[in-house]
Design a protein around this ligand. Sequence first.
Ligand code: SAM
Length: 234
Amino acid sequence: MRVDVVTLFPELFDTFLKTSFVGRAMTGGQLEVRLRSPRDFGLGKHKSVDDTPYGGGSGMVMRVDVMVACMESLDADAEAEGKPRARRVLLTPQGQPFAQPIAARFSVEPALMLVCGRYEGFDERIRGFVDEEISLGDFVMTGGEIAAMAVIEAAVRLIPGVLGNAASTHEESHAEGGMLEYPQYTRPAEFRGQTVPEVLTGGNHAHIEAWRKAQSEERTRARRPDLLVDKERG
Ligand SMILES: C[S@@+](CC[C@H](N)C(=O)[O-])C[C@H]1O[C@@H](n2cnc3c(N)ncnc32)[C@H](O)[C@@H]1O
């Protein structure tokens, strides 16, 4: 999978792309990331990428001409190398909330382009140049880079072979069943008076499986009843 990232701060991705399973996916060839700054397409002596809003108001708005030039340059490079055009994703608090089904859909895309904003956000006309808009949640950050990293991390770990143990992505919270994961324990067997449920140490796999299923349902009902409603609605 290739991920093109449009960002004014490519250096924010340095450690992220070298660490843990994302780093291994990069060196293993399952993930290729290209970072490109709109600054390279900025205007004038100062390489400006933003301007004041029409109609007045606070802050600066990212220019559509500069952003699209940067996005199109990534597509042109891909085309020159015979690689697929990326699906363009605008990162914005006004987008569809990111969730596991979207991560699963992205994980099978041959190429994604994640467009990160800064300042007061984008000139509205950029929306005509993207395929979809994604939000990390109902809060506002200063830039789209952390959202881009979240999208990369959630999608790449679903690519077959990227994680050592494929079962872990099927059994965890928000996986195919749409529920929260059951409680997990490891050593020590007793910590400050808290013990591990007996069923987990008994060695009966059918009982363990039934307990985990019941716990998963109970936990989802208690913490996220909305997920059960979504599941019933299909
Ligand atoms: C300060 S925000 C702009 C917010 C914009 N003025 C608004 O009210 O919708 C600057 C940039 O950070 C990114 N950003 C902030 N919050 C985000 C979120 N919840 N999800 C995805 N990107 C976000 C976007 O790329 C956005 O263009």
